[in-house]
Design a protein around this ligand. Structure first.
Ligand code: 5GP
Length: 187
C-alpha cells in the first residue's frame, strides 16, 4: 500500500500533543517520527525516544551536509527531521506522523507535495495563552517567545490541507481520525 506522510502542527499549548496521543492510542499502527533538537531534555525525556538531542555543532554539521528534510529555529533552539530516517520509515511501510512546527511543515510540503498537512488550532488566542501558562513548564520569557511564535504559526496554519480545532479533546481526536482515514482510503 502507498504510505503517506502526515505532518501535524499547532502552536505551543494548543494541546497538539494530547490530541496526537489520543489518536496514537486508538491507532497503534501509526508511529511518531523522532526529531533532532538542540533543546535541553525536559524532565523524563529520553534521547532517541522523545528526540535525538544534538549539540549545536552536530546540528549545524547536519545542515551543512544537507541531512535534513526540513529544519527550523523555534524559540531559540533548532529542530529538524532527518531525510534518511523518514525515507527508511516509509520504505518499511510505516504510517508515520511528523509533529513539527509550521515552517518545517511547509518545507516538507515543498519537497513532498503528497504529504498531508494538518493544523491543530486553539479555539481562541486567549484559550491558547491560558493553556500555555497553566502548563508551568516554562519561564515567563519563554512563554512570551512562544506566544509570539503562536501568532505566526496560526497565520501559516491557514496554508495547511486541513485544520482541526481543539476545543473538545474527543471531538478533535475524532476529526483527526476522519481526515487520516479519508486520506488513507484515497491513497
Ligand atoms: P518542544 O520544545 O515543545 O518539544 O517543541 C517545540 C516545537 O518544535 C513544537 O512546535 C514542535 O512541533 C516543533 N518541532 C519538534 N520537532 C521538530 C522538527 O523536527 N522540525 C521542526 N520544524 N519543528 C519541530
Amino acid at each position: 500500500m502507498n504510505k503517506k506522510l502526515y505532518v501535524i502542527s499547532g502552536s505551543s499549548g494548543v494541546g497538539k500533543g494530547t490530541v496526537l496521543k489520543g489518536f496514537m492510542a486508538k491507532n497503534p499502527d501509526f508511529m511518531l517520527s523522532i526529531s533532532c533538537t538542540t533543546r535541553k531534555p525536559r524532565e523524563g525525556e529520553i534521547d532517541g525516544v522523545n528526540y535525538f538531542f544534538l549539540t549545536r555543532e552536530d546540528f549545524q554539521d547536519c545542515i551543512d551536509n544537507d541531512k535534513f528534510l526540513e529544519w527550523a529555529e523555534f524559540a531559540g533552539n533548532f529542530y529538524g527531521t532527518k531525510k534518511k530516517y523518514i525515507k527508511q520509515c516509509l520504505e518499511e511501510g510505516k504510517n508515520i506522523i511528523l509533529e513539527i512546527d509550521t515552517k518545517g511543515a511547509l518545507q516538507v510540503k515543498k519537497q513532498m507535495p503528497e504529504a498531508v498537512l494538518i493544523f491543530i488550532c486553539p479555539p481562541s488566542y486567549e484559550a491558547l495563552e491560558n493553556r500555555l501558562r497553566g502548563r508551568h513548564t516554562e519561564d515567563e520569557e519563554t512563554i512570551q517567545k512562544r506566544l509570539n511564535e503562536a501568532k505566526t504559526e496560526i497565520e501559516r496554519g491557514k496554508q495547511f490541507d486541513y485544520q482541526v480545532v481543539n476545543d473538545n479533546l474527543e471531538i478533535a481526536i475524532e476529526n483527526l481520525e476522519k481526515i487520516i482515514n479519508g486520506e488513507r482510503n484515497n491513497a
